[in-house]
Ligand binder design. Structure first.
Ligand code: F0G
Length: 465
């Protein structure tokens, strides 16, 4: 079986390295000529004026597209209600009858007043992709890639995952009447994510290896068995994930922020958001590009090293270690795509320590929003980008929060109980972490004890303010 391209569509596949344009993709989604990744491109957008290129979808100009997308928000149609399919004019064509949607996307953009105070950046916002149906950003790409699998008549879909992809894939497979196979590293993903995959009915294999080991086995498997690979090397995933950036621009009245900051793991998300920004500029939906910066955990920083040690020339795989298990990835598949959008938008790559991640996560929590650890690298990275002068106080910044706080409650509870870094030397960072801890207090069941706790908390509040 192969992923057929719909002949009606204006989208074509192209290899990111050798430029070959195959008419369909093999099951590993690699270029048969050189083995590199494939991406969709839209030839009519560049070879014809915009109003001709998109004319079979809608009447013409950027303003018409914007108002069409906005009008769909009031529609009762399921695809119009999806924050992904709403933007289908900028996506490859998939017939509506194959579309699997859980009304993904449409995620909120929040101002972060406390984090703004901490960073000195007043115009600081979070686009919370954790507010998706399975509580992570993966749903925007998954609705589209799972639908393409259904269009390709696959019975089985599969992924290697640090947890969120598997939860999302299992849900969409179930909704689309397909079976799902999940390969996850044994013991290194959060229970919440594992429990989702089980609940949605996936065949879940915990392999005695890390994420990168799971990817290797999956790549071999798809060459042997008719299963559709739904990792982010699948270019349909990238197309769906693009819509987060389109929706963000819509929420900002099409006035791009100065900076967008994303976590970097396998680097599919940064590639997708960057691709969307470049396409929106090409289509004159926006008039300038935000700088897209990518933040990695220090213990899982192959892309940071690629850029800062090897000048972008090579990516050296590593054994990754971080408590932010979602981004515990040592050999990111999409590093070349990410490098390209980094260069095109003039973004930076930063790395942050475990304590910096935990502190940032608690600060985002204290803004009444919360996120999972991997998402918090964005705020931790912003602090570094502020210190280096890359981001200035007067600029506007959007952090992409990729996962919901309930994705990893163990991390949160250990942090607030003071157990997460109990072995860590008392550095200034660890002290900062202590100030944010809010451990539960166990009391006798009487009014006096509760009033005592309330008064003590009030005194601490007064001391801090
Ligand atoms: N944040 C969260 C919460 C994630 O789950 C992931 C990746 C990332 C950030 C990094 O995004 O890989 O596109 O650079 N999670 C994948 C998974 C690998 O299997 O769930 P990326």
């Amino acid at each position: 079986m192969s992923i057929a391209q719909n002949t009606e569509t204006i989208a074509k596949l192209r290899c990111i390295s050798c430029g070959a344009t195959p008419s369909s993709a093999g099951q590993d989604f690699r270029c048969t000529a050189c083995g590199d990744l494939l991406e969709f491109f839209f030839p009519e957008w560049t070879s014809a004026p915009l109003d001709e290129g998109l004319s079979h979808h809608t009447s013409s100009d950027p303003a018409a597209l914007k108002s069409l997308w906005l009008s769909r928000r009031a529609s009762l149609d399921a695809l119009d209600q999806s924050g992904v399919w709403r933007f289908r004019e900028l996506l490859p064509h998939i017939p509506a009858e194959d579309a699997i949607t859980l009304r993904e996307g449409n995620t909120p953009l929040y101002h972060l007043p406390r984090c703004a105070h901490v960073t000195g950046v007043e115009n600081l916002y979070a686009k919370h992709q954790g507010m998706n149906p399975t509580a992570s950003f993966k749903d925007t790409g998954m609705t589209f890639a799972a639908s393409s699998a259904r269009q390709g008549k696959f019975r089985w879909v599969a992924c290697a995952s640090t947890g969120n992809t598997s939860a999302s894939m299992a849900a969409y497979a179930a909704r689309g009447n397909m079976h799902s196979l999940v390969l996850i590293p044994d013991g290194k993903i959060s229970w919440s994510k594992l429990s989702q995959a089980l609940d949605y009915g996936a065949l879940t294999c915990q392999l005695r290896t890390d994420f990168d080991g799971c990817v290797r086995i999956l790549n071999d498997l798809v060459r042997e068995k008719p299963v559709c690979l739904l990792n982010s090397v699948n270019p349909y995933r990238i197309e769906g994930q693009k819509t987060a950036a389109i929706e963000l621009m819509e929420q900002l009245a099409w006035r791009p922020p100065d900076h967008i900051i994303v976590p970097g793991g396998n680097l599919g998300n940064s590639s997708a958001i960057g691709k969307a920004l470049l396409e929106m500029l090409e289509l004159k939906l926006i008039s300038r590009l935000p700088k897209l910066s990518i933040i990695q955990a220090q213990g899982a920083n192959p892309f940071y090293r690629c850029v800062h040690e090897f000048g972008g020339k090579k990516l050296e795989p590593m054994i990754a270690e971080t408590l932010a298990t979602a981004i515990r990835i040592g050999h990111p598949a999409s590093w070349q795509k990410a490098l390209r959008v980094l260069g095109a938008t003039g973004g930076e790559v930063q790395q942050v320590s475990e304590i910096e991640i935990a502190v940032a996560k608690a600060e985002i929590g204290a803004d009444g929003i919360g996120c999972e650890p991997a998402s918090a690298v964005t705020l931790a990275g912003l602090k570094k980008l502020r210190r280096s002068g890359f981001v200035s106080a007067g600029e506007s910044v959007v952090l992409i929060l990729t996962g919901h706080p309930l994705k990893d409650p163990d991390f949160t509870i250990q942090f607030h109980r003071g157990d997460l870094f109990s072995e860590t030397p008392a550095t200034a960072e660890a002290e900062q972490a202590k100030l944010l801890e809010r451990a539960p207090v166990v009391l006798d069941a009487n009014l006096g004890a509760v009033i005592g706790a309330l008064d003590a908390a009030e005194r601490i509040q007064n001391d801090e303010s």
